[in-house]
Design a protein around this ligand. Structure first.
Ligand code: PRX
Length: 636
């Protein structure tokens, strides 16, 4: 069994790729035919990258949840849609079939409607990795409300900023989350985020971890009470018909400047692309058990735990816990327990498990695995080899998938078993994706064996449409640097066969354990401390996290270094979240600056990386003497 749009051989891929470039409209219309539309589109595509304006399947009407749920609830009602694995392996697994998941989504959609949520309203979701998170997002999509999911590791301040920026009127959360030995409170962060003036009218709270929390009268409602109030009543399905270009969700992501941006994804094109890419990259076959270890708080979870797999009628495994609890064999136990066929994880998880050696793999079968995947950051050769040899047992294709929050779906990747994998290379663009490499002046680098800035020159169905509330920001960030192109912010090289290798960010965005962090955000969290005069944060290579943050900080002299350290750590926790805390904080007397007062990050980066003898020209600095001092006190 396969899907009508599934590419089975390399020749299929080459063919599809050629067609997708020669006639993109016809190509994507052919793929989109395989979905459930209430009304077909009038026109496939209108676009320009100047404003920018991109519209796919114009005039098409649909509801994405009919594709993810209703069609499968009819065709395969008893197939598991979601298998949920708890944090504690002794707790019961939950399986929701397509029929059951549809019923739960309709039920919760009614709860949302009863509480006043309307089409177009923004709903913030701050939840653990539980089935109710998927139910909440699908219920929003069913009634046309726009979800704005905030990863559970973000602080109250980050939740507040996101709620304010997108004017969310509802929040869905839980009392807490189990990650490792102890439950962690989530609700208090929501309470702190909603202090003072807020657009939020109601908060629906799932009782998941039995943590004592406070419920605010008139604002907070228990999920279970809301569901119980529906029992015995005839439910009218509140499904809305959506336009292909109606907003599906907003997801905030960090850039090199300013506050995080609300990336906007719309309905029709997003659905078509995430499903097409899911089926083709992982070569999903009906009946396969697919396990993506990401958190739904990030785009990978949106596209490849929920929307893509479900629209393909797949069985998607969700895991609440962490790879090292109760021990470093947990992923492998889950693979064996559920006979997982496809495993999709991040290099940082692989490296952290590698550090435990091969013991945790002993006695694990892993024989069910057919395909293994990687996402989120460049995968170094050692991690690639370890994953391929010990997890894939040298007989599973490893797909290194390159993409971004803004892309909606995987853009460059091997198609498992269909096109060749090459260690550390994402390899070839998917059909419909036209990457180009440009030099610093925006000149396209033609031919092979070239390296440059990675851009995409033609629209694809799941690309971002805007940044919420600020279209100019979208233009400036992604379309203005190299006019006529979408600029990814990544560098890449193209080898002699046209395979792409992603070399990492070329801007001030750092990928720490696959979490995307803007150094400017961390600096502003540090700089709000009274005792801090100035700071500069850069990335440096880290064995497990891929990259980590190194902060150089000037103090005003009225505080001890130990106190300053504690204050800075608390501030970063509070302003962003614990995952954004710098691994190294060096107190310095000055920061290297150009004559115009700009911090020379290039020099700091080299020092952080330990490349002290290779600092380049420092003679043009305003204050060359500080460089020696910083070098001498570098933290190793
Ligand atoms: O630098 C690239 C890196 O992650 C960035 C996107 O981060 P985010 O929007 O959080 O999305 C992560 C999940 C899609 C990119 O700009 N990145 C992602 N995948 C890869 C990668 N770098 C190298 N290889 C990859 N496979």
């Amino acid at each position: 069994m396969s899907y009508p749009y599934q590419l089975m051989t390399q020749a299929d891929y080459e063919n599809a790729y050629r067609k997708s470039v020669e006639n993109p409209e016809e190509f994507w219309a052919g793929v989109a035919e395989n979905f459930v539309w209430r009304k077909k589109w009038d026109k496939v595509l209108e676009w320009n990258f100047t404003e920018p304006s991109v519209k796919w399947f114009i005039g098409g009407k649909l509801n994405i949840t009919e594709n993810c749920l209703d069609q499968w609830a009819q065709k395969q009602p008893d197939t598991p849609a979601i298998i949920w694995e708890p944090n504690n392996p002794n707790d019961p697994t939950i399986t929701l079939t397509y029929k059951e998941l549809l019923a739960k989504v309709i039920e919760f959609a009614v709860v949302l409607k009863n509480n006043g949520v309307e089409k177009g309203d923004r709903v913030c979701i701050y939840m653990p990795m539980v089935t109710e998170l998927a139910i909440a997002m699908l219920a929003c999509a069913r009634i046309g409300a726009i979800h704005n999911i905030v990863f559970g590791g973000f602080s109250a301040k980050s939740i507040r900023d996101r709620i304010e920026d997108s004017q969310c009127t509802f929040v869905i959360t839980a009392d807490g989350v189990y990650r490792g030995a102890k439950p962690i409170d989530l609700k208090s962060a929501v309470d702190a985020a909603l202090e003072g003036d807020t657009p939020v009218k109601k908060v629906i709270v799932l009782n998941h971890a039995n943590i004592a929390i406070s419920m605010k009268e008139g604002r907070d409602l228990w999920w279970h009470n809301e569901i119980a109030s529906l029992q015995g009543k005839e439910l009218k399905d509140p499904i809305e018909e959506m336009d292909a270009e109606d907003m599906l969700y907003i997801l905030y992501t960090s850039g090199s400047t300013g506050k995080p941006k609300g990336v906007v994804h719309t309905t029709g094109g997003y659905m078509v692309y995430v499903t097409y890419s899911f089926v083709n990259v992982f070569q999903y076959k009906p009946g396969d058990i697919y396990f993506c270890t990401a958190d739904i708080g990030w785009v990978t979870g949106h596209s490849y735990i929920v929307y893509g797999p479900l629209a393909a009628g797949a069985t998607s495994l969700m895991f609440e816990g962490i790879p090292t609890y109760p021990d470093a064999g947990r992923f492998w136990d889950i693979v064996d327990k559920h006979k997982v066929n496809i495993l999709y994880t991040a290099p940082t998880a692989i490296r952290s498990l590698m550090a435990f050696g091969l013991d945790p793999l002993k006695g694990k079968d892993l024989g069910s695995l057919k395909v293994i995947g990687s996402v989120g950051e460049p995968i170094n050769l050692e991690a690639w080899q370890w994953y391929y040899d010990n997890v894939g047992k040298k007989n599973c294709p490893l797909v290194d998938t390159w993409w971004q929050t803004e892309n909606g779906g995987i853009l460059i990747s091997t198609l498992a078993g269909v096109t060749p994998s090459i260690p550390t290379f994402a390899t070839r663009p998917l059909p419909g994706i036209q990457p180009v490499l440009v030099d610093a002046n925006g000149k396209e680098l033609e031919g092979n064996n070239v390296a440059g800035n990675l851009c995409i020159k033609f629209p694809w169905p799941s690309m971002l449409r805007t940044t919420y509330g600020d279209h100019e920001r979208c233009r400036l960030n992604y379309f203005a640097t190299y006019p006529g192109n979408y600029f990814s912010g990544d560098g890449a090289l193209r080898d002699e066969n046209g395979n792409y290798r992603i070399t990492g960010r070329v801007d001030d965005v750092i990928n720490v354990s696959g979490h995307r962090i803007g150094t400017a955000e961390v600096e502003s969290a540090i700089n709000v401390q009274d005792s801090v005069v100035e700071s500069a944060v850069v990335g440096y290579p880290h064995d497990i996290k891929g990259q980590a943050l190194y902060a150089f900080v000037i103090l005003d002299g009225n505080i001890s270094e130990a106190d300053a350290l504690a204050k800075i750590n608390t501030a970063v926790n509070k302003e962003i979240g614990h995952f954004a805390r710098p691994d190294k904080i060096q107190f310095v007397k000055g920061l290297p600056k150009t004559r115009s007062g700009k911090i020379m990050r290039r020099i700091l980066r080299k020092i952080a990386e330990g490349e002290m003898n290779n600092l380049g020209d420092t003679t043009t600095l305003l204050n060359p003497e500080v460089v020696e001092e910083i070098k001498n006190h570098r933290l190793s």
